[in-house]
Design a binder for this molecule. Structure first.
Ligand SMILES: Nc1ncnc2c1ncn2[C@@H]1O[C@H](COP(=O)(O)OP(=O)(O)OP(=O)(O)O)[C@@H](O)[C@H]1O
Length: 263
């Protein structure tokens, strides 16, 4: 679990995060959504220690990251897996070598054990046969799966995914979403996904945090998001073509004309 308490962050005169409080739950996909510039990235950078908040607390399983010693912060860092927007694979390394990289850096395992572990996670993301390929030889969806395998190879407690669907077709996006959700539940990871993709929001959004101009404007689940009365959230989500059908359904329901009422 990650608890963000009253976090404030400014750059110069400009306040970017205004008193943000939110709890990211373990074993769940916690999605941060919001328009460009609403503060999603600054918030996640504060969470992983890349920015220091001016005020507030960030608690990892009850321990304030901002008060940790360097050693404690180093240990925490090893419990955080990251999936970057462009997958960020090393082009000169094979898929297997890419996945072994965090193990080479942070584990005391032998070469044989590291290879075994890398191939286990590769099998978990259904890429067993791609281990000797180079990134240039695999598709965008496969690269994302390699990115996920690399992010989970150290058995992280926390997984941060930055726009995991960017550049993918809808079908591949869905596969990646499901993989992230399955892994989150299977390994009881606290997963944080920053996304613009409303399809993902509806598919895997156990907890959704809607940021607006640096404030947490709304939070809830994918079950209640389309029924929210929050005007700003409604403007944001119903701008998506994907949710036009849901919007029309909701309007009919409000008028008592839903097909469900006519049965
Ligand atoms: N290092 C920085 N120095 C100064 N201002 C910054 C810095 N990083 C971000 N900002 C500002 O903080 C605000 C929020 O940016 P942020 O990147 O968090 O938005 P976002 O919601 O992630 O947007 P997007 O969806 O486009 O990635 C923006 O006005 C941005 O210019």
């Amino acid at each position: 679990m990650i608890e963000i308490r009253n976090v404030k962050k400014s750059f110069g005169e400009k306040t970017i995060l205004h008193d943000v409080t939110a709890t990211m739950e373990a074993g769940k996909c916690n999605l941060i959504i919001g328009a460009s510039g609403s503060g999603k990235t600054v918030l996640t950078k504060c969470m992983v220690g890349l920015f220091k908040p001016d005020q507030g607390e960030i608690l990892y399983n009850g321990q304030n990251m901002l008060e940790m010693t360097d050693e404690e912060r180093k240990q925490l860092r090893q419990q955080i897996g990251m999936l970057f927007q462009g997958s960020a694979l090393f082009d000169s390394m094979t898929v297997e070598e890419n996945i072994m990289f965090p193990l080479n850096m942070f584990s005391n395992l032998s070469y044989k054990e590291r290879r075994k572990k890398a191939n286990e996670v590769l099998a978990r993301v259904n890429l067993k046969d791609a281990n000797k390929k180079f990134p240039a030889e695999i598709s965008g969806g496969m690269k994302k799966r390699v990115g996920i395998a690399r992010a989970i190879v150290l058995n992280p407690k926390y997984l941060f995914c930055d726009e995991p669907n960017s550049g993918l077709d809808p079908q591949t996006s869905l596969l990646i979403d499901h993989l992230i959700k399955e892994i989150t539940e299977e390994y009881d990871i606290t997963t944080i996904v920053v996304t613009h993709d409303m399809n993902s929001v509806m598919e895997i959004g156990d907890r959704i945090f809607y940021m607006h101009q640096g404030k947490k404007q709304w939070e809830g689940s994918n079950k209640d998001i389309i029924f929210s009365k929050d005007k700003l959230l409604n403007e944001f989500i119903f701008a998506s073509e994907f949710l036009q059908g849901a919007k029309e359904m909701r309007m009919l329901e409000e008028k008592g004309e839903s097909p469900a009422n006519n049965q």
